[in-house]
Write a protein that binds this ligand. Sequence first.
Ligand SMILES: NC(=O)C1=CN([C@@H]2O[C@H](COP(=O)(O)OP(=O)(O)OC[C@H]3O[C@@H](n4cnc5c(N)ncnc54)[C@H](OP(=O)(O)O)[C@@H]3O)[C@@H](O)[C@H]2O)C=CC1
Ligand SMILES: O=C(O)C1=N[C@H](C(=O)O)C[C@H](O)C1
Length: 255
Amino acid sequence: MTRVGVFGANGRVGKLILEDLKTTDDISLSSVFVRNNLDFNVDPSVLVSSDIDAFLNACDIVIDFSLPDACEVLLEGALKHPKPLVIGTTGLSTHQANLLKQASEKMPVLYATNMSLGVALLNKLVYQASAALEDFDIEIVEMHHKHKKDSPSGTALTLSESAARGRGLDLNKVRVSGRDGDIGERTKDEIGVMALRGGDIVGRHTVGFYNDGEFIELNHTATSRNTFSKGAIRAASWLVDKEEGLYTISDCLEL
Ligand SMILES: NC(=O)C1=CN([C@@H]2O[C@H](COP(=O)(O)OP(=O)(O)OC[C@H]3O[C@@H](n4cnc5c(N)ncnc54)[C@H](OP(=O)(O)O)[C@@H]3O)[C@@H](O)[C@H]2O)C=CC1
Ligand SMILES: O=C(O)C1=N[C@H](C(=O)O)C[C@H](O)C1
């Protein structure tokens, strides 16, 4: 039985991971990290702790859906006590992304800005379309619930990386994430990545390829957050016996 530690268990996704683990074979909850209290009860055999070392000691693998600063605490702890990590937290700073890379030199780390099968495939399609439709303008729109803190979404940024790679472009030089005022005409290479927020939208991403006379739009809509929690548990079962290294959701899904 694989013992899972959940980081961010009070959160929208974290709570679902705890629920989904109850109905999963060969993998079960053994520890929960909290900064204050857990908002609900768990089986008394589960360690609930705000001590990162104790939390890591009590599990074989960690699943993290928290916030960037919290994820940093996890990565620093894991650098001292290596443990396989499945990380879904988005909005990481450059420093936090570097810590994640450092961690992957000591332990297996699967980082995915979106744990769904659909978005994993969408990334492949976007790469292909971007390369094939070289004269088309690329614009990405993401929509999420009003509680989301980071923008653009991690998924939109990953999709824009796929689009930039398809064209051999450096995303840092071509990404435009806001247009307001007298901005002039659109330049050929820019990749627009725009964010909308409202209500309870679980997650919607549209990657459009626009030319004179025609356009194509590729869309993925998550209709349930369980898509992410179940995807993360599947990733944990796959990652637990891997060697150190940085893995993607496509590796796990063999896409
Ligand atoms: N990769 C993917 O497929 C997906 C990724 N996400 C990403 O996952 C993350 C979480 O999303 P969501 O569940 O909606 O967010 P929530 O805000 O609902 O949950 C965040 C969790 O992080 C915990 N947390 C915050 N700060 C700290 C801290 N300093 N130390 C310890 N724990 C902390 C909170 O604990 P407490 O309540 O105790 O404060 C809470 O449990 C986001 O980055 C989101 O973008 C979301 C969906 C899918
Ligand atoms: O915060 C969310 O809710 C989501 N975050 C992820 C992201 O930033 O891409 C994935 C998903 O779209 C939901």
